[in-house]
Ligand binder design. Structure first.
Ligand code: HEC
Ligand code: HEC
Length: 198
């Protein structure tokens, strides 16, 4: 009997030891990014993102080449090992199920066409040409863009246009963003927010 009490008494200690060994605190991210990092409004979805891209963004926030007061202060307190652990955790979460946008059908059709075909007369390549089939991402350099809140996607494109985000390799996204009209940004952001709709 005494032995059982002794073992039970040790359980909380064992649980504590497991917590401190991982060091990362996912719920501190979920406060803004939502449960399981699903994202909402200006807070991007973290689940399913390319892990090397995820780490690069944290490094860029820390270095200041991507500016956002909230994330810069979060990233400044992280070590390289923390960044890798958060990236490993969130990248393994599954994509949320596709959900229909409430925007009107004509706008969504315009967004779909931009994502899949681009707008060649204006020199805009298809988004999926760089971001992979259905925008699911390819590598460190070409992130997943499907399933992001529309407000977040539109804000990033606006940031490249204004120059407040300047961390894209060889200016690829800056070049694309500069050519997009406000209507096209709204359309493609709404279309992408629906997630993978294969
Ligand atoms: C106070 C709110 C807040 C907290 C807490 C927070 N974030 Fe963020 N995070 C943001 C916002 C806002 C953005 C979008 C910034 C922008 O518009 O450029 C962002 C962007 C990111 C990005 C870039 C995503 C992409 O697709 O480019 C990563 C990665 C990220 N956060 C990871 C984390 C991690 C890991 C944690 C927890 C340790 C965390 N965040 C905690 C607000 C927050
Ligand atoms: C020529 C290649 C190319 C094309 C075409 C392209 N992108 Fe990108 N995009 C990039 C690169 C490179 C990055 C990564 C920037 C970085 O490293 O921070 C990126 C990043 C993004 C991001 C930021 C993701 C995040 O969460 O941080 C969004 C949003 C985005 N692209 C949307 C689009 C949309 C919408 C289109 C189509 C209208 C498009 N892209 C077309 C190359 C491209």
């Amino acid at each position: 009997m005494k032995l059982i009490f002794l073992v039970l008494g040790m359980l909380p200690l064992l649980a504590q030891a497991a917590d401190t060994s991982t060091k990362i605190n996912v719920s501190s991210c979920e406060v803004c990014h939502g449960k399981n990092g699903v994202g909402k409004n200006e807070f991007p979805r973290l689940g399913g993102q390319e892990p090397a891209y995820f780490v690069k963004q944290l490094q860029d926030f820390r270095a200041g080449t991507r500016s956002n007061p909230m994330m810069q202060s979060v990233a400044k307190s992280m070590s390289e090992a923390d960044m890798a652990q958060y990236a490993a955790y969130f990248s393994k979460l599954p994509l949320p199920a596709a959900k229909a946008s409430t925007e009107d059908a004509a706008l969504l059709a315009e967004g779909e066409s931009l994502a899949k075909n681009g707008d060649w007369p204006k020199g805009i390549p298809a988004c999926f040409q760089c971001h992979g089939e259905n925008g699911q991402g390819i590598s460190r350099d070409f992130p997943q863009i499907t399933g992001q809140p529309a407000r977040y996607t539109a804000a990033q494109i606006a940031n490249w246009k204004s120059g407040s985000r300047s961390n894209d390799a060889i200016g690829l996204m800056k070049t694309v963003s500069d050519k997009l009209t406000d209507g096209q940004i709204k359309a493609v952001s709404a279309y992408l927010s629906q997630g993978v709709t294969k």
